[in-house]
Design a protein around this ligand. Structure first.
Ligand SMILES: Cc1cc2nc3c(=O)[nH]c(=O)nc-3n(C[C@H](O)[C@H](O)[C@H](O)COP(=O)(O)OP(=O)(O)OC[C@H]3O[C@@H](n4cnc5c(N)ncnc54)[C@H](O)[C@@H]3O)c2cc1C
Length: 412
């Protein structure tokens, strides 16, 4: 059906996947507002290769992502590494990966640890629908006590949801725990690509372009209007539109209103350091209050030798616009807190994404939109495939889903 013209708005994983699974069959044009493709999965150069602008890894169960990696002949690059976790409390990195480490953790009583363990074991048994209207905070405090919430979940929720941490739903939290508790403990096995996820984006882009699709970078979709047989995007007529951006922003451009979505932004600083400040840990949630919710030691996950410098991320979330002077605040705090001298910081840069993901607040579950509403196809971080954990897998699944629906409806 080469005579069907499709416009895809956004070239993140959802948009690129939709194009990849529709290629050769239709005329496809992708509109991307930034100068490069990849969206939240974009990368930047370091002296020895690429590193993601936002920390990324994947899981053994991410079957669509793994199949895509294989289809794109990147299987040789796939590697499984150990991801350790900990908390930064009272100025110290406390490891919390293995059972002995959890037993030794001094900020929870034995009884609290027992209640936390029981919650993890029972996570798969809760009726998730009933938990959609309950906040994670109220639920945890009731099930495990305030101590477990304050010592364990509050820093974790803060690192994931910033100022919305006490509004996210118990349905979201429990669904996430249920997924994660199926995975192995004692250092989670996490997936990565040897040359970074840049190779995934590069390969996807090449396949799409080779098939005749067009990618317009530096080209935001600015105006959407209904035409007799389809939609105008920036004045050009298309038979079909696939929207992958925040539905609220899409509506502001003239697209249909499909509901209220609250997104949060991410401000993520990447630094190159001369030494490791995390005692070998990969993911450290900040229990101590800081202008970032987690410190992520990329080179405590991926071998240090690959970059020849210690790479860490400082992760923070915000609503609306990023706080004024965030880069300076993060840097100053990080230097002081981890006693870093100026010459131990080789470089730093910050990446800001205002639409880094929907906030899964109470009531979210019932608002998840369908994949096709009023003639527009929707695939993105807001899609069902990305609930309860927005992920690369979820955005690929959403892109593939709408591609399948279109292929079925317009098979000629
Ligand atoms: C900090 C962070 C860490 C993450 N870590 C992980 C992880 O470890 N593992 C994992 O699986 N997932 C992770 N994710 C999630 C994963 O990155 C996303 O689910 C996925 O990349 C989203 O793809 P998408 O295409 O749905 O959205 P996006 O990547 O947001 O793509 C949307 C695209 O639309 C473009 N756009 C916006 N407005 C317009 C417009 N008007 N016109 C044209 N283009 C527009 C944007 O520039 C962007 O390129 C993380 C995300 C973040 C933010």
């Amino acid at each position: 059906m080469k005579n069907i013209n499709i416009c895809i708005i956004g070239s993140g994983l959802a948009g690129l996947s939709a194009a990849y699974y529709l290629k050769y069959k239709y005329n496809i044009e992708i509109f991307e507002k930034r100068e490069r493709t990849g969206g939240c999965l974009s990368s930047s150069k370091t002296k020895n290769g690429y590193v993601e602008d936002f920390y990324h890894h994947f899981f053994e169960g991410d079957s669509l992502l793994i199949s895509l990696i294989e289809e794109l002949s990147l299987k040789e690059e796939m590697e499984w590494l150990k991801g350790s976790t900990g908390y930064h409390v009272n100025g110290k990195n406390e490891p919390l990966t293995t059972i002995p480490e959890i037993i030794r953790y001094p900020y929870m009583t034995f009884y609290e640890k027992f209640r936390l363990g029981m919650l993890t074991l029972r996570a798969g048994e809760y009726d998730i629908e009933k938990l959609d209207e309950v906040t994670a905070k109220d639920f945890i405090e009731k099930e495990c006590g305030k101590g477990v919430y304050n010592s364990f979940f509050e820093p974790l929720l803060r690192s994931k949801s910033g100022e919305y941490s006490d509004k996210v739903s118990a349905a979201w939290l429990i669904s996430r725990i249920a997924i994660r508790s199926n995975r192995k403990s004692g250092g989670e096995k996490l997936g990565y690509l040897r040359n970074g996820f840049e190779s995934l984006i590069e390969s996807l882009e090449k396949e799409i372009l080779d098939s005749g699709c067009t990618i317009h970078t530096n080209t935001p979709a600015e105006a959407i209007t209904k035409s007799e047989n389809g939609w105008f995007v920036n004045g050009k007529e298309f038979d079909l539109v696939i929207n992958t951006i925040n539905p609220k922003k899409f509506c502001q451009l003239g697209g249909p209103n499909i509901g209220e979505f609250i997104y949060q932004g991410a401000a993520c600083m990447t630094l190159g350091l001369k030494r490791d400040v995390l005692n070998g840990l990969y993911w450290v949630n900040m229990k101590d209050k800081a202008p970032y919710g987690a410190v992520i030691g990329h080179t405590n996950f991926v071998p240090y030798e690959r970059y020849d410098e210690h790479i860490v991320y400082l992760a923070s979330y915000f609503s609306g616009k990023p706080p004024e002077g965030i880069q300076e605040q993060m840097l100053t705090d990080f230097k002081t807190r981890f006693s870093l001298k100026d010459d131990e910081i080789l470089w730093n840069r910050i990446f800001i994404e205002e639409d880094a993901g929907p906030v899964y607040m109470t009531g979210y579950r019932s608002k998840i939109p369908g994949y096709c509403i009023d003639g527009i196809y929707y695939a993105g971080m807001f899609s069902e495939a990305n609930y309860p954990e927005r992920s690369m897998e979820g955005s690929i699944a959403a892109g593939k889903k709408v591609a399948g629906m279109i292929s079925e409806a317009y098979s000629g």
